[in-house]
Design a protein. Sequence first.
Length: 503
Amino acid sequence: MTEPLPNPLTEGLERLPVHPTALVIFGGTGDLARRKLLPALYNLAADGALPERFHLIGVSRSELPDEEFRTQAAAAVKEFSRREADPKVLDALLAEARYISGSFDDEGMYPRLSEALDGFDAASGQQLNRAFYLSTAPEFFPVIVEALGRHDLTAHDGAEVRVIIEKPFGTTLAEAQELNRTVLSVLDESQVFRIDHYLGKETVQNMLAFRFANGMFEPLWNRNYIRNVQITASEDIGIGSRAGYYDHAGALRDLMQNHMMQLLTLLCMEPPVDFSADEIRNEKVKVLHAIQPPEPDRTIRAQYAPGVVAGREVPGYLGENGVPEDSNTETFAAVRLTVQNWRWAGVPFYLRTGKRLSRKVTEIAVTLRPVPHQAFNQEGSVGVQPNQLIFTVQPNEGVTLKLGAKIPGTRMRVRGVNMEFLYGTTFLSQSPEAYEKLIMDAMRGDATLFTRNDEVEAQWRIMDPVVQRWEAAPGPLPQYEAGTAGPAGIEQLLAGDDKWRAI
Ligand code: BG6
């Protein structure tokens, strides 16, 4: 068989060198590790992107010999990898993987971990960088970080030590501040990588490329031309087996405070001086500082009732396993925000997210102001709609520009048409999973796509008052039928004759 020709369109996709690294996953047998982290590592290995020397250590409570951890990790990769696993690559990735069992608050576990790490250094004849990935229940984040400090694992002569912290980073502003204090009492901010996996998605990063690599949009990117912005993160799935987590979180904390606020800041930020982590994050934080917590009449919440999703009958939220029958946790949240600065004053930003809606779609839709004067005759004007620019994060990642165009024929009639850029067809390659990009960036020490301490607190400052208000308010919550576009009445949030986009 002849070798396939290189794909010229993948030129420029990077393979940056990474210092030899040992990666420790706390919660190495947990759900996130199995579904996302281990498959991401496999795909990085398959792409030749991992450092030449790369070692993996799983840490979890269950007693397992190394061999059993390797077998379980291989099974997880086979089940969840975006590409079929090549046994050679998988074996090489896991051949020397180690497993340390112990609970995260067990002081005796850390010396064993330390010893395993030293063993990898000795075997490779050099000090490896160390990356600790906290993929555990959030109550263990401070426990682990403090233990790393006590056991001298937060620095390593001649090499870097980095700590990657999963979400949720606190469930209130006060908790986030407390966690930041603990983390920064043992680590420097430059060592900390707070994950928001939306930042690893290609289309999310593409918003930056789109805005700052093209001259044509920037002049329009302000209150003079933009009428409103709608950010939608709708999901058709329910809460699955996550009642224990979700019932204490709810839609606002689970997706809006973090992922959706990130989308908003990337869309609104001023052009950074350069693309370094701090320049970008400085600009994002400024946007967050310009947003006030929404007043009660600018927020809506609801819960899903039984319904039909993808042709299947599904229970309502209160009927899900593990959900208390009087739960007031919202599975749908919508808010209207304003960004009070020179660029955005007066432009409404509508955010909505929900579980068990009619389909999965994550998009940012920017609607421009209508043309000032309709010059067509009355009939011809019917199809003239304001331009829209839509970033589709998923599915079908891409960017769509909605324009008005003449319908062929003898009459002058206008209709909306789409100009589309789709990742899949343009780059002829599957986008990597967000976790591949983020694990790689953390190992390289690039914090651009991670949330800084002041940023995560600024996000909470906006959403915390809503969380508190909702928790104090009596139920029951308004319901929406599963499989629909959400609760009735969400039009109330809209200004003037703005309309929600169809889900
Ligand atoms: C997670 C939430 O952060 O994001 C989940 O906890 C949600 O509830 C998920 O389903 C959505 O992520 P994605 O990448 O599927 O859009």
